[in-house]
Design a protein around this ligand. Sequence first.
Ligand code: MSK
Length: 656
Amino acid sequence: MSDEKKTKETHPKTIDPAAIEMLKVAESEGISTAFSRVDEIRPCPIGQSGSCCKHCFMGPCRFTKEGSRGICGATVDTVVARNLARAVAAGTSAHSDHGRDVALMLRAVAKGEVKGYKIKDEDKLKAVAGYLHVSTEGRSKEEIALDVANIALSNFGRQEGQLDYIDRATGKRQELWKNLDITPRGIDREVVEMMHRTSIGVDQDPEHILLHALKTSLGNGWGGSMLATDMQDILFGTPRGRTGKVNLGVLKEDEVNVVVHGHEPLLSEAIVAAASDPEMIKEAQAKGAKGINLAGICCTSNEILMRHGIPPAGNFLHQELAILTGAVDAFVVDVQCIFEALADVSSHYHTRLISTSPKAKISAAEYIPLDEHAPIESAKKIIQVAIDAYPKRKTTHIPKSYSDLVAGFSHEYIKYMLGGQYRATFRPLNDAVISGRLRGLAAVVGCNNPRVTQDEGHNYVVKELIKNDVLVVQTGCGAIANAKYGLLIPEALEFAGPGLREICEAVGIPPVLHVGSCVDNSRILTILTEVIEEGGLGEDIDDLPAVGIAPEWMSEKALAIASYCCGSGAYVLFGVGSPVKGSAKVEEILTKGWEETVGGKLEFEPDPAKIVEKALAHIQAKRAALGLSEYKPGKYARAEASQVFETPHHPGTPHQ
Ligand code: MSK
């Protein structure tokens, strides 16, 4: 076989009909996308397995033979551990820098320095004030918010002690972290120390390096990400169940289409407001459009979907495809997961690519920065650019495909659905697991990766889990993936096992719950901890019949999330391939080693069928260890589906 042939990915590119349609457009117009570039770039097998050290300029040292050493004498085990640890530090920094910016915005809003933003969720503010020991009695919401924001900010640069949210973990977990010395002190401190330890000639013990990777990642899960989620809820509202639509079919032929992409809602919240401003709509109509249509990609999309029902046009691999429709007038990006190729793709169309973060300059994109004191003004400027671009549209090709979805399952909303307004509780969920109606719980999260068929892993894993009576929560691009195939609506109960179906029908929820964006994986930590505190399912997260899965992961952030989930006691399975394949010792540390020390483990398993097998076996083993009644499929009768959520009728083509 020639080298050229070996580079070709042989799997189908995607299972999404809208993506298939757009890839034909890309091909006929000769425009490259990630789907085509993946065929041109063969991953370096040494780097892919984590066995390449680039941490000094004596190298890079590539470990290709058994027992080989780097120029400094480093073993492949040390190098593989260092590479993973650095990825965890990078992922942690991304989520945590996001959290810092939200805390800075909250502080500015509390001081009255931001025109157009005010504190939206006073209940959440009070709940967070409680976690942070901020007094609320007789104080204005601004006074409380100022203290909350300042304490949140102090978690980033803290040098000693521990992060404030560590108190939110179970007592047993806190004790374990303390004994292992992996309780994070300050978010930034752990990231910096991770970078230091993995630079030339410092930490030279794989187990020790990876223990600090756990500490660093816990600063993400129980620090940066959890703070980001909470501050966003305070500022913009805690999500509650909402219906919406998803996929490229949400773009409109006769309206100005603005697509937001990235992660932070600080500007996109203002864009939501500006897009519905009557003056802006009038401007759009003056240019011949019927209105302004806002859609999203990736996690910025998830943020405004969860709070406003704004439709996602797609997940990670849809970013170029959206522009290829020729119908996007402005494509607005903030930070993270943004392809540099967007500038090239948009150069073929009238689409105006707009970058908005001072942290992310994109050559060839226009730069309209978020004015932190007047976000609505920045948003209006952006909408105006889109309106001005609309008359320049040429041929468009918008796939007809879209599906309905339900989103907005914050932990507060799940508790409300389970117990009602006055006795919100996880009790019915615990009882369902204890009785064996539900076999267990799974979080299926993470990205798309063009090295595997887009959405196939997400879709297969989730369908199999719900068929086996496992309640699934999803975040990030995984949630958008399965929304496209109609799994996030009550009608998906037709794919669910009888026990799961009975519970979901009684409560009025779909079998797959959209919990939010990537930083909102922290909501899953909160859910699992509260489930433990509710009683009857053990003393800590590692007792639960629960798993975490990222079938199509690709980012450093995913590795950081996996690490903090493991550090919190979860069994995590990653698809696609292993970034630590180069070291059997590191693989053993992440599995056997972490299971012994922190109760969680991280396994890389490219075969989605084996992922499901391992997940179900784990759930079964945890049920047995808890002495729960045996799970018996088919024990429960099927009931008629109830319709708690109004799912809008539409003439589109939902994928099934
Ligand atoms: S956006 S990190 S591709 S989930 Fe959060 Fe999606 Fe992964 Fe980016």
